[in-house]
Design a binder for this molecule. Structure first.
Ligand code: ADP
Ligand code: MG
Length: 501
């Protein structure tokens, strides 16, 4: 029983011991209409952590009705923007108060190192809510000098309405924040569907949001599967907007569902196969570390993971070997252990997928420079662990270079010069992130402009900030989250004409 483990907070124990978790609909905790539940497991050993209500179409209908009522009838929509700010700020305060509990729940449900969960997932979530808490009082329209005499014209920026938000399992709490905070700041109401692999932190978040004074129905949580609950949200006629983070494959299904139903607004943050480019003129010591951290962070389960590492010929061996050694040195273990650097992958399915790509890489002629396979330590045998892995002597046309592996596996590809690497880096269907390591200023800016990606990092890798827009070119997505762009995603612009004669 996980709940007898010594280092858990009492709140985590109570949360997990509290019987099957329920859905949050219209401010009430309710069972699924079908009465069904599903299990969520600890990926470090496969043990069941909790049972969770399994939402389906009828629950989607109930949640959408609750969100619609909350949107149309207030009090969320009739509150002043300053009052909405206060509620969002309070949510951040409550998350901070419960930070250790969130970090442990996240580590148990997802597998990630608890130290990282506390610092980045929980810390980032708090920052994110605080950033968007500032926006409600700053959402403005414009007055516009139209070409018609005696006419006063202005724009209003208004909330888009009922928003369905479907999120993945790699940063469960933070993905919920990325979706909820701007939507709430804009005055929308939400139905959040966490990933079936990691439903727990969203449920605790729902509880705290009610405590923070968020009116009933403004935020609803439906735990359940994508093919059922998720698909019903995407097809629903009363959902005004859907925001999705996940695979490109499912992103396409969501767009189709929106197109076949009510043309709800769609924003998508999808996969990536981001080039991380090391030029020979870089500060190699720093670049090597950035290359390793760029792929092994969060076990590579990150849509901006620097999973295509391009290294200029002259420094290829040195950099590739460093990353391989760095991976070999990382402490693989259960996320709850404070010294763990690499936790398990989230699920058996991901384990099969990631180890499958290790074999594909070797069949394609790449060479395993570090890691490969699963750890031999028998204490880890029940969990979904893999070794941090470096596949060298690779080419950009291999499947291990073109397809998203979503694990701690990096494909290292040599390049000759600037033109060669720009061409190779852009020869891919994705465009989410890119890294450039160089001390040449002109080269840095030239490559930053040339790479087709939503975010480019120069001599650093992987950071995000609530104030800076984030999203993808090409098949990595549609729309930008964060910053003012995040507000734009959740608002409609209305033009008003007034005849002054
Ligand atoms: P992965 O394959 O890595 O689990 P997915 O894109 O399948 O990533 O999952 C991301 C989120 O999308 C999850 O919340 C999942 O339940 C949901 N989802 C999966 N399939 C669908 C679907 N057909 N319609 C709507 N949501 C879906
Ligand atoms: Mg899937």
């Amino acid at each position: 029983m996980v709940t007898t483990e010594a280092n858990l907070t009492q709140e985590v124990r109570d949360f997990l011991n509290d019987g099957p978790k329920k859905l949050l609909i219209g401010g009430q905790w309710v069972e699924a209409a079908s009465g069904k539940t599903f299990e969520t497991v600890d990926p470090s050993n496969g043990d069941v952590l909790a049972r969770v209500a399994e939402a389906d179409k009828e629950d989607v209908n109930r949640a959408v009705a609750a969100a619609r009522k909350a949107f149309e009838d207030g009090p969320w929509s009739t509150m002043t923007s300053a009052e909405r700010s206060q509620v969002i700020w309070k949510i951040a305060d409550l998350i901070e108060e419960h930070a250790d509990t969130f970090a442990q729940l996240e580590s148990l449900d997802n597998g990630k190192p608890v130290v990282v969960a506390r610092r980045d997932d929980v810390g980032g979530t708090i920052d994110y809510f605080r950033y968007y808490a500032g926006w409600p009082t700053k959402i403005e329209g414009h007055t516009v000098p139209v070409g018609v005499p005696q006419t006063f014209a202005y724009t209003l920026r208004q909330p888009v309405g009922v928003c369905a938000q479907i999120i993945p399992w790699n940063y469960p709490l933070m993905m919920a924040a990325w979706k909820l905070a701007p939507a709430l700041a804009a005055g929308c109401t939400c139905i959040l569907k966490p990933a079936e692999q990691t439903p727990l932190s969203a449920l605790l978040l729902g509880q705290l949001m009610l405590e923070a004074g968020l009116p009933a129905g403004v935020m609803n949580v439906l735990t359940g599967y994508g093919e059922t609950a998720g698909a019903a949200l995407a097809a629903h006629m009363q959902v005004d907007k859907i925001a999705f983070t996940g695979s490109t494959e499912v992103g396409k299904l969501i767009m189709q569902a929106a197109g076949k139903s009510n043309l709800k607004k769609v924003s998508l943050e999808l996969g990536g196969k981001s080039p991380n480019i090391v030029f020979a003129d870089a500060d190699i010591e720093v670049a090597k570390e950035g290359a390793a951290a760029g792929i092994f962070y969060n076990m590579g389960q990150d849509c901006t993971a620097g999973s295509r590492l391009f290294v200029q010929d002259r420094v290829y061996d040195e950099v590739a070997q460093y990353v391989a050694d760095a991976g070999n040195k990382m402490k693989v273990g259960r996320g709850l252990n404070e010294d763990t650097e690499i936790g398990p992958l989230v699920s058996e399915e991901q384990l099969q997928k990631v180890t499958g790509y290790m074999s594909i890489g070797q069949q394609e002629g790449a060479v395993v420079l570090g890691g490969g396979g699963r750890p031999s330590d028998s204490a880890l045998s029940r969990g979904f662990f893999v070794n941090p892995t470096v596949l060298g002597q690779a080419r950009n046309d291999m499947r291990i270079a073109q397809e998203e592996i979503f694990g701690p596996v990096v494909t290292v590809i040599p390049f000759k010069d600037v033109d060669d690497v720009i061409r190779q880096a852009n020869d891919i269907s994705y465009g989410l992130g890119a890294g450039i390591w160089t001390n040449n200023l002109q080269r840095a800016h030239r490559v930053a402009a040339a790479i087709k990606a939503g975010t480019v990092w120069v001599n650093t890798y992987g950071g995000t900030d609530p104030a800076l827009p984030f999203g993808g070119f090409k098949q990595s997505g549609i729309g930008r989250e964060m910053g003012y762009e995040g507000i734009e995603l959740y608002t409609e612009v209305k033009s008003v004409w007034v005849n002054l004669e």
